[in-house]
Design a protein around this ligand. Structure first.
Ligand SMILES: NC(=O)c1ccc[n+]([C@@H]2O[C@H](COP(=O)([O-])OP(=O)(O)OC[C@H]3O[C@@H](n4cnc5c(N)ncnc54)[C@H](O)[C@@H]3O)[C@@H](O)[C@H]2O)c1
Length: 269
């Protein structure tokens, strides 16, 4: 993937990317690794993770650490964060990207699906956020006499919202609820983690060309593209480049608690 920041921008850093077995998460992991980060790949699907990991290693980037986990499984999330810390001694960044959809209009929406969609997006984001803080950033803060961690180390979280959090979307009461909550969680986490000097932001993409959109069909995808001001849906790499920019303290050191709209003008907030 084409590099958008200077070479080695994230060299020496460890970044956890959930949902990195395919789609946007895979592109994000490849992009961060392409800038030198040691990435920790988290996904449900171990097979996909192995392929994604091999692709990154073959590109010449640092070989990823693979930590298969269900982001809704508290113990599995604890283990994934512990694996990252045991292997590298630190976590600099977390990108909470794992996601699912179970689209159905409200009268037909099963409670099971509603809970599952909330769990993957919202609970998964909470669990990774808590675990990195509980296992790593909060202990560092305590060691520092409960004083702000002004040690010049890059620390960030990027959460995934969606344009549909603000615009609404038919069939997605669960998904839009989760994404709206993730925007709120982003602001609270930014406030709570300011002492750790962690910048916490979210990205709210418009339609992106990934397997998540597959069920929409070609005509649906064309219509989605036509509804934007740039006239097309986005590629996963375009989201990954924005994450790299948010992760880089030299560019985004003064940005925290924000939700960045990356929707091609589909919705003007
Ligand atoms: N594609 C879009 O148009 C679009 C638009 C706005 C926001 N988003 C958001 O971007 C993020 C990535 O979406 P995508 O399009 O790449 O989706 P995708 O379906 O292509 O990939 C999602 C990945 O998350 C993984 N995953 C699902 N449930 C998991 C769980 N419980 N534990 C661990 N991993 C799990 C899947 O295995 C998959 O590899 C999601 O949060 C999604 O809501 C996507």
């Amino acid at each position: 993937m084409e590099r958008v920041l200077r070479e080695g921008a994230f060299r020496g850093e460890t970044h956890i990317v959930t949902g990195s077995g395919q789609g946007i998460g895979q592109a994000v992991a490849a992009d961060l690794a392409g800038h030198g980060a040691q990435v920790v790949l988290v996904d449900l699907d171990e097979g996909r993770l192995k392929d994604a990991s091999a692709e990154i290693a073959e590109s010449g980037a640092p070989a990823p650490i693979v930590a298969a986990a269900n982001v809704t499984d508290e113990e599995a999330v604890k283990r994934a964060v512990a694996t990252a810390l045991e292997a590298t001694g630190q976590v600099n960044g977390v990108v909470n990207c794992a996601g699912i959809t179970r689209d159905a209009r409200i009268p037909k929406k099963s409670y099971e699906d509603f809970k599952l969609v909330l769990a993957v997006h919202l609970h998964g984001t909470f669990l990774f956020t808590r675990e990195v803080a509980a296992q790593h950033w909060h202990p560092l803060f305590k060691q520092n006499g409960n004083q702000p961690l002004d040690d010049g180390v890059n620390r960030f979280i990027v959460n995934f919202s969606s344009v549909s959090a603000r615009n609404g979307n038919i069939g997605q009461i669960d998904y839009t609820a989760a994404k709206g909550a993730i925007e709120a969680v982003t602001r609270t986490t930014a406030r709570e983690f300011s002492g750790y000097r962690v910048r916490v932001n979210a990205i709210a993409p418009g339609p992106v060309n990934t397997p998540m959109l597959a069920s929409v069909g070609e005509a649906g995808i064309r219509a989605m593209g036509a509804a934007t001001l740039v006239g097309r849906i986005a590629e996963p790499e375009e989201m990954a480049h924005v994450i790299c920019v948010l992760a880089d303290p030299r560019i985004s050191g003064y940005i925290t608690g924000q939700v960045l709209q990356v929707n091609g003008g589909l919705y003007l907030a």
